[in-house]
Design a protein around this ligand. Structure first.
Ligand code: FAD
Length: 464
C-alpha cells in the first residue's frame, strides 16, 4: 500500500519507518527539516545547551571534588551554540540515512491535502509535486503560541525558536510562562549567570506537576537567584532601545534586556487542506482523532502535537507507530496509562501517573512514600543531594499510581516507575526487587519502602 505522511518530526519519521518495515511504500513530506521541532528547535537543541550550563555550574564547584582550577572558567555562549548546531546536523543526517535505508521517499516541500487520496506539495525548489496515496498520517506538529500583547519580534521579544538562535548571552531576561519550556530556559540562562525573572499567571511554577515537586523547584530556583513572580498577569510591554519593560495591572513593572514568551504551543492545522477533505478539529484547532488515531475521514490519521494532548516527542513517536499500523489495516489503540515526562531544569524533574492533588480531587484513597536524595550515598558521591522522590500508591491494592521525582538524573530514573504503572505493579514489587548500591535508583526502592514505613534511610521519627 502507499502511505503519505505530512511532517517529519518525531511522530512522522517514526511512523514512516514503522510503515516501511511493514512493507508500505512510504512518502514522507517535510516543509522544513527532518526531525521537526524536537530535533531542530526543541528537545535536542535545548538539552545540548543545558548540558553545557549544568556542566558549567558543576565546574564552579570543582574544588569540592578535590580539583583545583588555576585561573577562572567562563561560559563561551557562541561555542555552545556551535556545538548545538553540530549535534543537530549529525542527527539530521542520521535520520536522512535511516529514511534512505528503509526506502522511504523524502519529499521536501509544503504539503496540502487536496482529497483523501492526494497531497499537493509545493517543493522547496519552487516546483510542485502530486503524491497519490491510499492512506495519510498528518504529523504537522506545533509552533510557539503568540499572544497579542507580547508579539514576537525576534530581537527583544523572543519565542523559544528565537532564544535558540541568540548570538550572545543577554545580561538579563524576563521569561513569561513557567511551564516546562519557560523553566528549562530559566534554569539554563541563570546557570550561565544571566539575571532571570520568571512571570507566571498561575500560583506556582510547572503547575501540572505534583504540588510538592513544584514547591521544591521554586525553592531551588530561588536559591539560584531566579526571581519568581507567580500568580500575576503581565498585561503590557514597552520595547525600548535599551531593553524591555513589562507592566502589571497594579502598576508594578519589571525590566530586562530581552523577554522570552513561552506561554504555550499553537497547532499547525492551517493551510494543510483539512477543510477541503473535511477533517474535524477541536476548540484549540487540534485535529480530533479516535483511539486508533484516525480522524473522522476514513484513511486519514493524525498524531503528535497536532492532536493536542501530551505534546511530547516520545508520545508523538509512539502515536506514529500506532497510526502506521492502523493505516495499514491494523487494529491497535493508543494507551496513555503510563506516559512519563521530564523537565530538564537543574535539578531535573520527572513524573508519571497520578499527582497527589489529582487523587484528592478524584477521591482516591492513596498512601505516599518519600525519600530525599540526601539520604543516599550516591547523591553525596556525585555531589547532588537536593531533591526527593514521592511514590503514590492505591491505599487498598498497593498498586503504584504515580511517581514524582525532582533531583539528579530524574529523567533517567523515571522509567522503572513507568514500567511499574504500565504493568499494574505494586510498591511491594519494587521493594522485592534488589537495587544496585550505590546508585540513584535506590531512591525509588526506598521511597516505595517508605509507603510501608520501611525505608532504611529514613530516621525512625520521620517514618510515615
Ligand atoms: P513536530 O516536531 O512539530 O514536527 C512537525 C513537522 O511537520 C515539522 O518539521 C514541520 O516543518 C512539518 N510540517 C508542518 N506543516 C507541514 C506541511 N504542510 N507540509 C510538510 N511538512 C509540514 N518534548 C519532549 O518529549 N522532550 C523534551 O525535552 C522537549 N523539549 C522541548 C523543548 C522546546 C523548546 C520545545 C518547543 C518543545 C519541546 N518538546 C519536548 C516537545 C516536542 O518538541 C514535540 O512534542 C515534538 O516535536 C512533536 O513532534 P511532532 O512529530 O508531532 O511534530
Amino acid at each position: 500500500m502507499r502511505l503519505a505522511i505530512l511532517g517529519a518530526g518525531p511522530g512522522g519519521y517514526a511512523a514512516a519507518i514503522k510503515a516501511a518495515r511493514s512493507g508500505a511504500q512510504v512518502t514522507l513530506i517535510e516543509a522544513e527539516e527532518v526531525g521537526g521541532v524536537c530535533l531542530n528547535l526543541g528537545c535536542v537543541p535545548t538539552k545540548v545547551l543545558i548540558a553545557s550550563s549544568v556542566l558549567f555550574a558543576k565546574a564552579l564547584r570543582l574544588e569540592d571534588f578535590g580539583i583545583e582550577v588555576k585561573g577562572g572558567i567562563t561560559p563561551n555562549f557562541p561555542r555552545m551554540i556551535e556545538r548545538k548546531n553540530k549535534i543537530v546536523t549529525i542527527q539530521q543526517k542520521g535520520i536522512r540515512n535511516l529514511l534512505k535505508g528503509h526506502g522511504i521517499t523524502l519529499t521536501e516541500g509544503r504539503g496540502t491535502l487536496t482529497s483523501p487520496g492526494e497531497i499537493r506539495v509545493a517543493l522547496k525548489n519552487g516546483s510542485q509535486d502530486i503524491v497519490k496515496t491510499d492512506g495519510t498520517i498528518i504529523a504537522t506538529g506545533s509552533r510557539p503560541l503568540q499572544v497579542q500583547a507580547f508579539p514576537f519580534d525576534g530581537e527583544r521579544i523572543l519565542s523559544s525558536n528565537d532564544a535558540l538562535q541568540m548570538e550572545e548571552l543577554p545580561k538579563s531576561l524576563l521569561i513569561l510562562g513557567a511551564g516546562f519550556i519557560g523553566c528549562e530556559f530559566a534554569s539554563f540562562f541563570r546557570d550561565l549567570g544571566v539575571e532571570v525573572t520568571v512571570i507566571e499567571m498561575l500560583p506556582r511554577v510547572v503547575a501540572g506537576e505534583d504540588i510538592e515537586i513544584s514547591a521544591l523547584l521554586e525553592r531551588e530556583f530561588k536559591k539560584k537567584g531566579i526571581k519568581l513572580l507567580t500568580g500575576v498577569k503581565a498585561d503590557k510591554v514597552d520595547v525600548r532601545d535599551d531593553g524591555i519593560r513589562v507592566s502589571f495591572p497594579d502598576g508594578k513593572e519589571v525590566s530586562g534586556e530581552k523577554m522570552l514568551v513561552a506561554v504555550g504551543r499553537a497547532v499547525n492545522t492551517e493551510g494543510i487542506g483539512l477543510e477541503t477533505v473535511g477533517v474535524d478539529r477541536g476548540s484549540k484547532g487540534e485535529i480530533l482523532v479516535d483511539e486508533k488515531l484516525q480522524t473522522n475521514v476514513p484513511g486519514i490519521f493524525a498524531i503528535g502535537d497536532v492532536i493536542g494532548g501530551f505534546m511530547l516527542a516520545h508520545v508523538a513517536s509512539k502515536e506514529g507507530k500506532v497510526a502506521a499500523q492502523n493505516a495499514m489495516g491494523g487494529n491497535t489503540t493508543m494507551d496513555y496509562t503510563s506516559v512519563p515526562s521530564a523537565i530538564f531544569t537543574s535539578p531535573e524533574i520527572a513524573s508519571v501517573g497520578l499527582r497527589e492533588q489529582q487523587a484528592l480531587e478524584k477521591d482516591i484513597k492513596v498512601k505516599t512514600g518519600h525519600l530525599q536524595f540526601r539520604s543516599l550515598g550516591k547523591a553525596h558521591i556525585i555531589g547532588e543531594i537536593e531533591g526527593l522522590v514521592k511514590v503514590i500508591s492505591d491505599a487498598s491494592s498497593d498498586k503504584v499510581l504515580g511517581v514524582h521525582i525532582i533531583g539528579p538524573h530524574a529523567s533517567e530514573l523515571i522509567h522503572e516507575a513507568a514500567l511499574a504503572i504500565q504493568k499494574g505493579l505494586k510498591t511491594r514489587d519494587i521493594t522485592d526487587t534488589i537495587h544496585v548500591h550505590p546508585t540513584l535508583s535506590e531512591v525509588i526502592l526506598e521511597a516505595a519502602e517508605d509507603v510501608h514505613g520501611e525505608a532504611t534511610h529514613v530516621p525512625k521519627k520521620l517514618l510515615t
